[in-house]
Design a protein around this ligand. Structure first.
Ligand SMILES: [Zn+2]
Length: 299
């Protein structure tokens, strides 16, 4: 449903190729995507909401970098269409995930098949980086039994809403501490020697939630996981119905907007249908007049 997007850029003058792939689609309660209120009230409000959103993407990002191929998140798998998929996690999580989310995922949508179509075998992936541990970001791990997986130490130590029984038995991530600042972000970890691929702590959705910041010669790109469901939400200070910490989510929004006000930033949440458009047309969060970017104007 969501067409894959491949784009050629450069980083420090060297080629950088990105592939944005949707591993099927998901629909959530409308008031889950955009909450009225916070905390328990917001939770009840979306549980009783009968309306679902349109089909949303489940983006993952492949980064063909001079230092190797990185995969950011692993997306969803067709097995989620089975009625008993969540059974191992117990009655309440099973009821919750079956009733609050709808999925449309085929075998063709899974990450291994999509990589193969790009001429990339799963064993060519140097490192998988997970934004957080929710199943629609980790289910595709089953295709990578031998690949190094990086997770923020805090996300591993204090997961929020993760369903551990769905993880493949081989899942033993390398955990990293994010202890270097990068611009307005206090806690980051460089994924490459060139420091042009950076794991950034963007908490709120979960305590250890991270985004991946890519520094290209055209400007920055942020694969933002579940920071929010759309760029509009970021700009309007609107929040989803289930954050680990509303205060942290608010602080994350402010830091991203501050960053985008002085750096050209393409913002790509994992379930935002417009992420692909903004990357393809190079449409940053704010147009910075001082930079000679090739942004497409609407008029
Ligand atoms: Zn999530």
């Amino acid at each position: 449903m969501y067409t894959p997007l491949s784009i050629n850029l450069t980083t420090n003058g060297r080629p950088l190729r990105l592939h944005l792939l949707s591993t099927g689609s998901v629909a959530v309660k409308r008031r889950y995507r955009e909450a009225r209120g916070r905390g328990f009230g917001a939770l009840l409000d979306f549980i009783i909401d009968s309306r679902f959103t349109e089909w949303l993407p489940i983006w993952v990002l492949v980064v063909e970098h001079p230092e190797g191929i990185f995969l950011i998140d692993t997306g969803e798998v067709a097995a989620i269409m089975r009625k008993d998929y969540f059974r191992s996690s117990g009655w309440i999580p099973s009821w919750f995930d079956k009733t609050q989310f709808h999925f449309k995922v085929t075998r063709e949508d899974e990450i291994d098949v999509q990589l193969e179509k790009l001429g990339i075998s799963t064993t060519q992936i140097k490192t998988i980086v997970l934004t957080h541990l929710h199943f629609d970001h980790t289910d595709g791990l089953l295709h990578f039994p031998d690949t190094r997986v990086l997770v923020n130490q805090l996300e591993w130590d204090k997961p929020f809403g993760a369903m551990k029984r769905l993880w493949p038995p081989h899942f033993q991530p390398v955990t990293v501490n994010l202890d270097c600042p990068y611009d307005m972000f206090e806690r980051t970890y460089a994924l490459t020697g060139g420091e042009d691929l950076v794991l950034v702590h963007t908490p709120g959705h979960t305590y250890g939630h991270c985004s991946v910041l890519i520094k290209t010669d055209a400007g920055h790109i942020m694969f933002a996981g579940d920071v929010c469901y759309s760029q509009e939400q970021l700009l309007n200070d609107a929040y989803t119905g289930a954050n680990a910490s509303h205060r942290m989510a608010h602080d994350t929004y402010e830091r991203i907007k501050d960053f985008a006000q002085h750096q050209s930033l393409i913002f790509m949440p994992a379930h935002d249908p417009e992420s692909a458009y903004r990357l393809a047309s190079w449409t940053p969060v704010y147009n910075l007049p001082s930079e000679g970017l090739t942004a497409l104007e609407d008029e």
